[in-house]
Design a protein around this ligand. Structure first.
Ligand code: SAH
Ligand code: SF4
Ligand code: F3S
Length: 475
């Protein structure tokens, strides 16, 4: 091959964004160059999500676009990575749209796979690993802003929520060596990064043990502390927390370190204990509410966000109303809300009937979204008149003269640019809001350093991962 240009597109959760950065690193090491134009690529990779059917449909749509490009450039190799690759394996070759299939634990093998495909062979590696954490690989940051980075601290998931495909596509849970995590974050700080988000499907079960007699055990609370200590000017966020596992230790650590952002993403999924049991979430509605009460006791200003599924198997109107009432009780700051989408081979697909009619799922979801918008607008209105510390991440999409960033509570704030720059911490007085955004005015001269005694959280919108300014689709 002459030029070896690799183009990569990323869908799915922040984990995939982080994995694409690992893939870029592996490919560069093997002599490839990253390109952000499909038209100049020799290898086009698509890092995929399988969590809901519509996530997969979107990927198929893109593969047809890649196919058109292949007509123009017949030597273009197309590779599917990520969760859909792991779920569909060899079957992916059937439609003649892909040349390479690599599951989430097989990325070190990608340069070989590309070579095999270039030689006209079927190139596939979907082996899941019990050890792989890509701990030693320095990810190539593809986000343009240079302010906020994702750092993967573990891989896989050991929970078996009955609706969820992730344990099958990502394999068993394994934690990454904390020394490599801290080293990666020190390097980010040295390069001027101001925020890290620690990523795992269930960060609360992070656990690193060294030595036969457990001479050193690092829990998530301890890891959080180690990361917070890297620099007081670094904001630390994390996701996702699981209501059954989130310890008070984590809450006390958050309360102790001003640079750990005051935000917890705590997916509830449903407000009905009967549904939670069918989902195998391992907590009841009351236990969830007790966790919320504890968060508010220890960190009163903490923002709380969630994920909700509407119309899971056998969900009744009463179950649905239990979700609405829980939403009113908690008043989430933001939420990701979905209709249940049956995933082949999950426990729910094998044992339960997907029996809530599509229109009913849609109706319930619409109701959930409307209530959420109403509640989050009320939450945001409470911010009017307050001054918040905002870490500037970029220029607003709507106007060149406005910047956007986030508060420690992870709320997006837009304000006039004036002399402020990307990467600055700016004190912003909130003057208006919508249910999704706060609008403000800078209340301070530029203050480039330090999250002055404030606390923050995680970034569900993800990072911009290629220079086209495309944001990855999160969840
Ligand atoms: N590990 C995280 C999130 C994993 S996937 C957690 O445990 O919370 C992100 C979200 O997608 C889930 O929280 C859930 O709300 C949603 N989801 C997962 N499987 C789904 C399905 N089959 N249909 C609809 N939503 C689903
Ligand atoms: Fe899926 Fe449950 Fe694991 Fe989250 S905790 S990834 S919802 S199985
Ligand atoms: Fe995989 Fe993340 Fe989607 S783990 S299935 S890419 S939500």
């Amino acid at each position: 091959m002459g030029n070896k240009n690799v183009y990569i597109e990323t869908y799915g959760c922040q984990m995939n964004v982080s994995d694409s950065e690992v893939v870029a690193s592996i490919m560069q090491e093997a002599g490839y160059t990253m390109t952000d134009r499909l038209s100049s690529a020799n290898v086009a990779l698509i890092n995929t999500c399988a969590v809901r059917d519509n996530a997969e449909q979107r990927v198929w749509g893109r593969l047809y676009v890649f196919k058109q490009q292949k007509r123009r450039n017949p030597s273009l190799l197309v590779g599917m990575l990520g969760c859909m690759a792991e779920r569909l394996k060899e079957d992916l070759f059937d439609k003649g749209l892909v040349d390479i299939v690599a599951g989430p634990d097989a990325y070190r093998d990608l340069p070989n796979l590309v070579q095999q495909a270039a030689n006209g062979q079927k190139a596939i590696n979907v082996l899941l690993s019990r050890e792989e954490t890509y701990a030693d690989i320095a990810p190539v940051r593809m986000d343009a802003n240079g302010v906020a980075a994702f750092v993967s601290i573990m891989r896989g998931c050991n929970n078996v929520c009955t609706y969820c495909v992730v344990p099958y596509t990502r394999g068993g849970e394994r934690s990454r060596n904390p020394d490599t995590i801290v080293r990666e974050i020190r390097e980010l700080v040295a390069r001027g990064y101001k925020e890290v988000t620690l990523l795992g499907q269930n960060v609360d079960s992070y656990r690193w043990t060294e030595g036969s007699e457990a001479s050193r055990t690092v829990t998530f609370a301890r890891l959080l502390e180690l990361v917070a200590q890297v620099s007081p000017a670094l904001r630390v966020r994390f996701a996702t927390s699981h209501p059954k596992d989130m310890s008070n230790g984590v809450l006390y650590t958050m309360a102790m370190y001003p640079n750990i952002c005051d935000h917890i993403h705590l997916p509830v999924q449903s407000g009905s204990t009967r549904m939670l049991e069918l989902m195998n979430r391992k907590y009841t509605r009351d236990e969830y509410l007790q966790r919320i009460a504890k968060i508010r006791e220890i960190i009163p200003q903490c923002a709380i966000s969630t994920d909700i599924i509407a119309g899971f198997c056998s969900e009744t109107q009463e179950d649905h109303e239990a979700t609405l009432s829980l939403m009113r009780d908690v008043a989430f700051d933001y939420a990701f809300m979905f209709q249940y989408s049956e995933r082949p081979n999950t426990k729910a697909a094998r044992h339960f009937k997907d029996d809530v009619p599509a229109e009913e799922k849609k109706r319930r979801l619409t109701e959930i979204i409307a209530l959420h918008n109403e509640l989050s607008l009320k939450n945001n209105e409470k911010e009017i008149g307050q001054t918040q510390e905002v870490l500037v991440e970029g220029v607003s999409k709507r106007s060149e003269d406005e910047l956007f960033g986030r508060t420690p509570q992870n709320k997006v704030v837009v304000f006039p640019k004036r002399q402020h720059r990307i990467g600055d911490y700016v004190q912003v007085k909130i003057i208006r809001c919508s249910s999704a955004t706060l609008i403000g005015e800078a209340a301070s001269p530029p203050a480039p350093q330090s999250p002055a005694g404030e606390q923050g959280s995680y970034a569900p919108e993800g990072a911009t991962i290629n220079s086209k300014g495309q944001r990855p689709v999160i969840k």
